[in-house]
Design a protein around this ligand. Structure first.
Ligand SMILES: Nc1nc2c(ncn2[C@@H]2O[C@H](COP(=O)(O)OP(=O)(O)OP(=O)(O)O)[C@@H](O)[C@H]2O)c(=O)[nH]1
Ligand SMILES: [Mg+2]
Length: 702
């Protein structure tokens, strides 16, 4: 197939999402196989974006998002298999802006769970088209009617099946195109009518034909309103399938081809363009420049026009030992060829594309060009980072995709190399891991001076450490995880600093008066000024902000980053000769610390949402354990002799929860932990943390 024929009309970009173990990876295999891409996963070894295979097989969980391509009928389907395990959500969520449709896979036996509910809501908020796929219908045919009902109950009456299981779930019958088969439950004709009713609601002309004149409508007439219904969330189709028996697999491919939106029919993800103020007065400071240049962002949509400027978005990064840095990206506008010169983000210098890859089955193949709607990869692309926008003109600088809210990495491990002299290699390897996975973060602990790797859970950190060993050959030891405490203030206050230094030649002078106020939890940081008459010239205000930000990141109380604070610069004074940037950075920092000291500062700790399933007999022990861990039970349910409960508990108290749970339940309990929010620590804990910390400012002159 030549590249020219592959216009956006023929592309479908679909991601498989949903809870761990529902069968997404197995389903992806079945779909590839049915489409004649029978080479299975063995071939992934040594191919880019597939290197975690061995680790995935050991774990029996996907840990990264894997792109695949298949051709079915008239359609080229780019399929992305995402990891369902909560620890790998960073990888799963960050790739979703590359697709029009997300198929949320649900296990027929286990039914709807918390993660499916969260995913459905998240997708609705992002405006992605949703498809529900009920997999493993071979395992629980008798539960399917109730599951269908509860899906409609929980996610709304717009959830309607496109097919129904038949002959004891050994196959499925179509309810849309040829609604005359026999199903295991429910009438195919009734479901067909419900589907048509739902779809025509969005098209007045068709509605008139259908309802008033009683005309039967052809599927082709329904195509456009069907797509509109998907885009507006007015219809969420449901398909039944068994990845292992093969029931419904071909039918699902038909649904992808005939009914799922192509890139011209979906809701495109909004881009943000920053309007830039060129005057900064502080050009030598790259970091400052960025903060002060960006003024206001406006939203716009890319045009899927092959002739337009290129706008593409990087959704995955992998460091490959042979191919260098590989970037998977979605073209939203324009056409990328091997000779295109692309800029990554706001980079001044372009790079030449060189090798352009597209996926056929699981194998990447070199192609000449990729137009709008395509999912492709670049190799040896040092310039790109996850989430960066690739473009071919400086007119498209200062553009980013509307950011995706990702879970916060709060589970930490302090890491030391076992071999002396490996420190540099360790920090380079960690930087690569963090670049690949937005759920990981690496930080230098301000209190202990240790390198701390943070992730979304225990399994997440363990797999990252395994990669360190396997890919980078770095052996490490780990120690008690440190907690990602934060600081904030509880009251407004004012602060002042007059910074003056006279040493030999040129002096330094800066004076700043400012005010700090608490913001609501999670609001972050705001900076403004009410300076009148140029008491501090606008060219020096960024220096004040820089000083404030320095103090914010190193903390004022116990060395943890400050958050949820608004800072307003009220007044100040300059000196005609000595008022340099550095003077205002220092004055800004110290005035801020002065204000925070009077603003009832406090330490916040991360609270985790703990969900536990365990035998009923262990409930007494579990509750007592939670009480001593400062936990609060939110909800308890019993199902037969099992109990399940949800609780909020300080993360610091549950770092060894897996072993405690094992001991209390004789190995029969399971749990999941995820970050919930920050809350102030009890006073005794705050005193201990402050005592353990010596501020660097204590050692400097004031
Ligand atoms: N009986 C049956 N088993 C299935 C079916 N689909 C998948 N499985 C099995 O379910 C298990 C989990 O399947 P995976 O495909 O690894 O699940 P996943 O959704 O990719 O899980 P994560 O990667 O952790 O998100 C495997 O043992 C599969 O063979 C099915 O339709 N029927
Ligand atoms: Mg998987």
């Amino acid at each position: 197939m030549s590249d020219v024929e592959r216009g956006p009309e023929r592309i479908r970009n679909i991601a498989l999402a949903g809870q761990a173990g529902v069968g997404k990876t197995r389903l992806a295999e079945a779909l590839l196989e049915a489409a004649g891409e029978s080479e299975t996963s063995q071939l992934r070894k040594g191919t880019p974006l597939g290197d975690s295979q061995a680790q995935e097989a050991m774990l029996e969980h996907s840990i990264t998002a894997t792109p695949m391509g298949l051709t079915w009928g008239e359609a080229h389907i780019n399929l992305i298999d995402t990891p369902g395990y909560a620890d790998f959500q960073g990888m799963a969520l960050s790739i979703l802006p590359a697709v029009e449709t997300v198929a949320v896979v649900i296990d027929a036996e286990r039914g709807i769970d918390v993660s499916a509910r969260r995913m459905m809501q998240w997708l609705a908020e992002r405006g992605l088209c949703r498809l529900i796929v009920i997999n493993r219908i071979d395992t629980a045919p008798e539960r399917l009617p109730a599951l269908l009902e509860s899906l409609r109950d929980q996610f709304g009456p717009e959830c309607l099946p496109l097919n129904l299981p038949a002959q004891g779930a050994s196959r499925v019958v179509d309810c849309f195109f040829a609604p005359d088969g026999e199903s295991d439950f429910g009438s195919v004709a009734d479901v067909h009518e419900m589907l048509v009713d739902q779809v025509v609601e969005l098209d007045e002309e068709l509605m008139a034909l259908y309802l008033e004149q009683g005309e039967a409508l052809e599927p082709a007439q329904l195509h456009d309103p069907f797509e509109a219904a998907l885009r507006q969330g007015h219809l969420v189709p449901i398909c039944f399938v068994s990845a292992t028996s093969g029931a419904g697999v071909v039918e699902l491919l038909n649904v992808f081809e005939r009914m799922m939106p192509n890139p011209l029919e979906g809701n495109p993800p909004p881009f943000l363009r920053a309007e830039v103020q060129k005057e900064t007065g502080l050009k030598e400071e790259a970091e400052l420049k960025q903060e002060t240049e960006i003024k206001q962002e406006t939203e716009f949509l890319a045009q899927p026009d092959p002739e337009a400027h290129v706008l593409a978005h990087v959704v995955r990064i992998e460091h490959d030992p042979y191919l260098g840095k590989v970037a998977l990206f979605r073209v939203h506008q324009g056409t990328v060829t091997r000779d295109t010169r692309l800029f990554a983000g706001d980079a001044r210098k372009p790079f030449r594309v060189g090798t352009l890859l597209r996926f056929q089955g699981r194998r990447p193949q070199e192609v000449e060009r990729c137009g709008p709607g395509e999912l492709c990869a670049l190799t040896k692309v040092e310039e790109a980072t996850l989430d960066s926008v690739l473009h071919d003109s400086h007119d498209e600088d200062h553009i980013r995709l509307r950011p995706v809210a990702l879970p916060a990495p709060v589970f930490g491990l302090a890491i030391q190399t076992t071999r002396h002299g490996d420190e540099q290699r360790l920090s380079e390897a960690l930087a690569k891991l963090v670049e690949e996975d937005p759920g990981l973060e690496v930080a230098r602990d301000g209190v202990t001076q240790e390198t701390v790797l943070r992730g979304l859970g225990e399994l997440h950190l363990n797999t990252a450490l395994e990669r360190l060993g396997q890919r980078f050959r770095i052996e490490v030891t780990t120690s008690i995880p440190s907690i990602a405490y934060r600081e904030t203030i509880a009251a407004p206050a004012e602060g002042h600093c007059r910074h003056k230094k006279q040493t030999g030649g040129a002096g330094q002078f800066g004076e700043v008066f400012l005010k700090v106020e608490p913001l609501s939890r999670g609001a972050g940081f705001e900076f403004s000024d009410t300076i009148r008459g140029g008491a501090i010239p606008s060219s020096l205000l960024p220096a004040v902000e820089k000083g404030v930000r320095q103090a914010m990141s190193s903390g004022a109380l116990a060395g943890y980053p400050l958050q949820d604070v608004r800072v307003t610069v009220l007044d100040g004074k300059t000196h005609p000769v000595d008022s340099k940037e550095i003077a205002f950075v220092i004055a800004g920092r110290k005035a801020f610390l002065d204000a925070v000291g009077k603003a009832s500062p406090l330490v916040l700790e991360p609270l985790a949402e703990l969900a536990v399933d365990a035998p009923g007999g262990a409930m007494g022990d579990l509750t007592a354990d939670l009480t001593t861990s400062r936990g609060r039970i939110l909800d308890t349910r019993s199902l037969g002799d099992q109990v399940s409960f949800q609780a909020l508990v300080p993360l610091a108290e549950v770092l060894d929860y897996p072993s405690r749970l094992n001991a209390m339940t004789g190995g029969a309990g399971t749990y999941s932990l995820r970050f919930s929010h920050y809350e102030p620590v009890p006073e005794s804990v705050q005193r201990r943390l402050i005592k353990a910390y010596r501020s660097p400012d204590d050692e400097q002159d004031h």
